[in-house]
Design a protein around this ligand. Structure first.
Ligand code: MN3
Length: 200
C-alpha cells in the first residue's frame, strides 16, 4: 500500500487572512509534501525491508542512519502533523492545555518565548516542537531537516512548526521571527494540541 498525500483539513485560501496565503499552501502541500510522498514510495518500491511497514516504523528504523529514506519519511510524518496543527481559528488556547503550560513551562508567554527561541535558533531548515516528554512534562525542542521527536525519542508531539524557508518565504520573505510569532498568535491549532495531550 503506497503512502498517500492527505488532503488539507481546510481550503487552500482558508488561512490567507491569518498570514498564510493560498499560493504558500498550494506549493507547500501540493508540491513539497507531495514530493516527499513520491520519493518515499519510490524507496519503498525498491527496498523489501521497507515494504509493509508503517510510516512510524520507517521513521524509527531509519533514524539511527539518517539518509534519503529517513529524510522523506520524516518529512511526510512532519507535514501530516503540520496541516492538522494549523487552523483558520488558531491562536486560542483552551483551558486544559493552558493549565498544563502554566505548570510545566511557566505560562503562555514563557512557552511562546521558548518556542520562538527554538524555532529561530534552528540553523537552516528544520522544525520546532511542543512535546509531552517521557516524564509526562511539556517541553519545547527543535530538530534539523526532516527529523522529529518520534525519531529522537523525545516524546509525543502536541505542535510542530515547519521552519523550512518554503513554509514562510512568500508571506514573510526572510523574516522567520515574524512567521513564528504569527503562527503562535493566529495559526496554531491549540485545540489539536490539547486533544493530543489528552490522548497521551
Ligand atoms: Mn515543509
Amino acid at each position: 500500500m503506497a503512502f498517500e498525500l492527505p488532503p488539507l483539513p481546510f481550503e487552500t485560501n482558508a488561512l490567507a487572512g491569518a498570514g498564510m496565503c493560498q499560493e504558500t499552501l498550494e506549493l507547500h502541500h501540493d508540491k513539497h509534501h507531495q514530493a516527499y510522498v513520491t520519493a518515499l514510495n519510490g524507496f519503498v518500491e525498491k527496498d523489501p525491508s521497507l515494504q509493509g511497514k508503517s510510516l512510524d516504523e520507517i521513521v524509527t528504523m531509519t533514524a539511527q542512519t539518517p539518509g534519503p529514506v529517513f529524510n522523506n519519511a520524516g518529512q511526510h510524518w512532519n507535514h501530516i502533523l503540520f496541516w492538522q496543527n494549523l487552523s483558520p481559528k488558531g491562536g486560542q488556547m483552551p483551558g486544559k492545555l493552558a493549565a498544563k503550560i502554566d505548570s510545566d513551562l511557566g505560562g503562555a508567554d514563557k512557552f511562546k518565548e521558548a518556542f520562538k527561541a527554538a524555532a529561530i535558533g534552528q540553523f537552516g531548515s528544520g522544525w520546532a516542537w511542543l512535546v509531552i516528554g517521557n516524564d509526562g512534562k511539556l517541553a519545547v525542542t527543535k530538530t534539523p531537516n526532516g527529523s522529529n521527536p518520534l525519531a529522537t525519542g523525545e516524546g509525543k508531539v502536541l505542535l510542530g512548526l515547519d521552519v523550512w524557508e518554503h513554509s514562510y518565504y512568500l508571506d514573510f520573505r526572510n523574516r522567520r521571527a515574524d512567521y513564528i510569532t504569527n503562527y503562535l498568535d493566529k495559526l496554531a491549532n491549540y485545540e489539536f494540541a490539547e486533544a493530543q495531550l489528552q490522548a497521551a
